[in-house]
Ligand binder design. Structure first.
Ligand SMILES: Nc1nc2c(c(=O)[nH]1)N[C@H]1C(S)=C(S)[C@@H](COP(=O)(O)OP(=O)(O)OC[C@H]3O[C@@H](n4cnc5c(=O)[nH]c(N)nc54)[C@H](O)[C@@H]3O)O[C@H]1N2
Ligand SMILES: Nc1nc2c(c(=O)[nH]1)N[C@H]1C(S)=C(S)[C@@H](COP(=O)(O)OP(=O)(O)OC[C@H]3O[C@@H](n4cnc5c(=O)[nH]c(N)nc54)[C@H](O)[C@@H]3O)O[C@H]1N2
Ligand code: SF4
Ligand SMILES: [Mo]
Length: 826
């Protein structure tokens, strides 16, 4: 802690992993500023980082272990002690294993766990329970990159460092909306381009996104056609004598095979839908520019060809020797704050631990010896989609979900719901009480959240940083690692899970990276320089970039593979032969448009945290669907109207946002709204569970749908100081405001019926009722108590921003007479 009370920690959100300094304020919130010394951000923060202090309120928190004794509508709950709750998990898991074997249980975890939590979860299930049925929401996020890296490099390793973005002469961003999803990295890139205008930026994305603001070239690629684009590039480089032959012959293998079947420019142009001249312009730019970085993210990974897309990119970098050199390399940016840490400790069903692998029997022996367990599993477990299928089929009978909300974020959410509803024992560890996933739990366990929990995370450039405890946690919330160890002990594994604090777990993990790998000779992930940390050293740990052979007191920028040595059997990098193939599903007359899905600037996933910050809700207050104006015309949609989006089985609704940057055959929806925040705006409800056959990563960006206008007869604004249940309304969206909660409502019923429904909602509030009846054109009702408006609604055929501003202003009034006068005025 600094003299002024600032505590250094790391941002709760994206994989940039910005350093944050936080200081408690007297009102219980946190003052936040960027950490000037942190090498990810040097003091900068984006909108989400800046607003972290607003999100530490305890609204909606899960406060105690809770047993749900009746999962039906008339839900019955019972609070348990930690001892009883963890005893119950241990007993249920043990009983299930005894009756049905270890593969009948599973964990489903998250890149939002800290490395220490992840390590303990992985050790318990793979090392002691004896199944690898632990998968992570990183399957939805990074799995294709993991496969691509392993196939090419023999190890799952990001070669570049952030500085490379600043040194590059060409930055290709493909399937990445860096401006919104990794904003501080984007700012670094933008400043670098301003400083060196000769730097070129190319964006490859079917949409013209905010990232295109700095693009010299935007290639609006047909959805799913990246392999054709990068294979075309490989062939172009070969045809134009732009290969690095020396690098290919000295450091790689498999080039000839990879080149065979690569497309020429005309063929690539045909498949990608990009004009061949524009494509040639890009290919020539790539050929001409030695210092090239290719940044890629979910437009690449989340595809039924995700792993092949990744290798098509890596092939081009290997063919030009552009890897491990300053300013060049392929750069898979990570999504969640600890997506990378999870990959390190083995949080995916098909990795063992610490970059030790199932396909090497000697690695399994090393893990057995290190963990002193005979029960270490020898084979991979079920990947996320298969795992939920196995739950649905009754094969997995007990599941523990931690720090993720699969009922919102997995494809085919109806199936996920059904699977969990029928699963005999569902445990959910979360900070929030009411999510779509906690609604299906048999047992809820309250976890500490950001600013309460303590441990480490690793960012996109392999840099390990501390998250520190700053505030006390509410109720009985505990760290995830602690909860896991209590269960492990009660299952009979006391000796292996006797940790007193997270520093001990980190130490055990750091040492694990050195087994048969003293100084990184067999595996690149090596933390020997951190194995000597004592409690005080862990407490003061400054950012360290792996490999950590010596404790880093000075800032390091270590590129990987600079010496041309890889972790394959031969030490050479592999070219992987990949061919373009069509995505699994295609549009037809009935479903003529492709639904693409992704992120909005100021929200994080299912909004459990960003939904609490009024300042963050302003940017995109409602679930929206971006549509090209021509497409809108064709399907009779208007700006600000509501669209119905359907896959034939399921319909969802969102506000129409006309966007001329959209492709005409696509629509785009953000992933953030779900049943907790909107009536029916969840894209995953429509998405089929098609996945990449190797990585298991779902195809989230390519769903054929039809779209039509969702006509409504009237709208309402409801402002209230305490939350309401609007479950029965046709269309509603919840938004946090400084004054309380705003609900935007649209109804297909007559306005008089809507007024009746809303009046009933008003009744749970006490005070003087004010009612204004403008004879169909406008209805208003409010409850005033203690010189404050407590709850109010306005119903009109069409509401405007002015109506909202008027209502908000009345909520700030502190004099009952004045409120009444204004509210009832014509
Ligand atoms: N604001 C915000 N930031 C976040 C997050 C958040 O929730 N909110 N989440 C974090 C997480 S976990 C992740 S994984 C990252 C994700 O970060 P990004 O991957 O940058 O974000 P997305 O919006 O999912 O998708 C990126 C782009 O892929 C494009 N795309 C779709 N199909 C294709 C295709 O076939 N080819 C190509 N080349 N592009 C295509 C989409 O149009 C979209 O613009 O963001 C992280 N940062
Ligand atoms: N259609 C579509 N779907 C997608 C994507 C897409 O682009 N399109 N992207 C996918 C990707 S990349 C991702 S990463 C996922 C994200 O999807 P999810 O992981 O389902 O989303 P989150 O809202 O981040 O869920 C995290 C939950 O963990 C809780 N939590 C936060 N911190 C802690 C903690 O320390 N401990 C515990 N126990 N709980 C905690 C939060 O309250 C929240 O309920 O969505 C995926 N789904
Ligand atoms: S860029 Fe990412 S890590 Fe940095 S402040 Fe923004 S959300 Fe947090
Ligand atoms: Mo992600």
């Amino acid at each position: 802690m600094s003299k002024e009370g600032w505590i250094k920690t790391t941002c709760a959100y994206c994989g940039v992993g910005c350093g944050v300094e936080a200081r408690p304020m007297s009102n219980g919130l946190l003052e936040i500023r960027g950490d000037k010394q942190h090498p990810a951000n040097f003091g900068k923060l984006c909108t989400k980082g800046i607003a972290l202090g607003e999100t530490v309120i305890t609204d909606g928190r899960l406060l105690a272990p809770t047993l749900v004794t009746d999962k039906t509508q008339s839900r019955q709950e019972q609070t348990l002690s930690w001892d009883d709750a963890t005893q119950l998990v241990a007993e249920k898991f043990k009983q299930t294993i005894q009756e049905h074997g270890p593969d009948s249980v599973a964990f489903y975890v998250s890149g939002q766990l800290l490395t220490e939590d992840y390590y303990v979860a992985n050790k318990l299930i793979k090392g002691f329970i004896g199944t690898a049925n632990i998968d992570s929401n990183s399957r939805l996020c990074m799995a294709s990159s993991v496969v691509g890296h392993k196939r090419a490099f023999g190890t799952d390793t990001v070669p570049v460092v952030y500085q490379d973005l600043e040194h590059a002469d060409l930055v290709v961003l493909t399937g990445s909306n860096l401006a919104w999803c990794h904003p501080v990295l984007f700012q670094r890139l933008k400043i670098a381009k301003q400083t060196r205008p000769e730097m070129k930026v190319v964006v490859i994305d079917p949409r013209q996104t905010a990232t295109c603001e700095i693009a010299d070239l935007h290639l609006a690629i047909e959805s799913g056609s990246d392999v054709a684009l990068f294979n075309g590039l490989l062939r172009y480089l070969a045809d134009h004598d732009q290969l690095n032959q020396a690098y290919i012959s000295q450091h790689t293998q498999g080039f000839e095979s990879a080149l065979q079947g690569c497309l020429n420019v005309v063929q690539a142009a045909e498949i990608t839908g990009i004009d061949s001249e524009l494509l040639t312009q890009f290919y020539q730019l790539f050929a001409d520019t030695d210092k090239t970085i290719t940044v890629y993210s979910q437009g690449v990974n989340q595809s039924s060809q995700g792993a092949d897309k990744v290798n098509s990119i890596l092939n081009c970098h290997l063919a030009t020797g552009r890897i491990g050199q300053q300013g060049s390399g392929p750069f898979s940016v990570t999504g969640q704050p600890n997506a990378m840490g999870g990959r390190e400790v083995g949080g995916l069903a098909n990795t063992l631990a610490s970059h030790l692998e199932f396909d090497k029997p000697e690695d399994v022996e090393l893990v057995k010896a290190y963990w002193e367990s005979d029960n270490v599993t020898t084979k991979p477990g079920l990947k996320a989609i298969d795992l939920f299928d196995a739950i649905d089929a009754g094969k997995v009978k007990a599941v523990w979900i931690m720090a993720t909300n699969p009922v919102v974020s997995l494809p085919d959410t109806e199936k996920v719901k059904r699977a969990l509803a029928n699963c005999p024992f569902v445990v959910v560890s979360d900070c929030i009480k009411e999510t779509e996933t906690t609604a299906l739990a048999d047992l809820l366990l309250p976890s500490q959240g950001w600013s309460e929990k303590s441990g480490t995370v690793t960012n996109s450039e392999r840099r390990i940083s501390r998250q520190r405890r700053i505030l006390a946690s509410p109720g009985m919330a505990k760290p995830d690692w602690w909860i896991l160890t209590q269960v492990a002990k009660k299952m009979g594994y006391s000796r292996a899970f006797n940790y007193l604090h997270e520093g001990q777990i980190f130490n055990e993990y750091a040492k694990m990276t050195t087994i048969n790998n003293t100084r990184g000779e067999n595996r690149d992930l090596n933390l020997i320089g951190l194995t000597q940390l004592d409690d005080s050293g862990y407490s003061k740990l400054t950012p360290q970039q792996w490999p950590v052979l010596e404790y880093q007191t000075e800032l390091q920028h270590q590129r990987m593979f600079s010496n041309g040595q890889f972790y394959t059997a031969s030490g050479r990098a592999n070219f992987v032969t990949v061919q373009y193939s069509k995505p699994k599903s295609t549009t037809d007359q009935r479903y003529p448009l492709l639904l693409n899905s992704g992120r909005a600037r100021d929200h994080w996933h299912t909004m459990s945290r960003t939904g609490l910050a009024p300042s963050l809700a302003m940017h995109t207050p409602e679930p929206y669907v971006s549509v090209h104006p021509d497409t809108a015309k064709q399907f009779k949609l208007t700006e600000g109207g509501i669209a119905n989006i359907s896959n034939g089985d399921i319909d969802i609704q969102a506000r129409v946002d006309l966007d001329s940057g959209m492709a005409r055959n696509q629509i785009f929806m953000p992933i953030h709204w779900n049943e907790a925040t909107a009536s029916n705006g969840k894209p995953c409800a429509l998405i089929a569970p098609y996945a990449d056959p190797i990585s298991g990563q779902p195809e989230f960006k390519h769903t054929p749908v039809k779209v039509e206008s969702w006509a409504y007869r009237c709208e309402a604004l409801v402002l209230t100081r305490s939350p309401l249940d609007l479950g029965s309304m046709d269309y509603w969206v919840k938004q946090k405001l400084p004054q309380g909660y705003l609900y935007r409502v649209a109804s297909q019923t007559a306005s008089t019926d809507l007024v009746l429904q809303l009046s009933q909602l008003m009744q749970s509030e006490t005070g003087k009722t004010l009612a204004y009846d403008g004879q169909e054109s406008e209805y208003r009702q409010a409850i005033v108590r203690a010189d404050r408006m407590q709850r109010a609604f306005v119903v009109k055929q069409q509401l405007s921003d002015d109506d909202l501003e008027w209502l908000k202003a009345l909520f700030d009034e502190t004099e009952a007479d004045s409120i009444e006068q204004q509210f009832l005025a014509i």
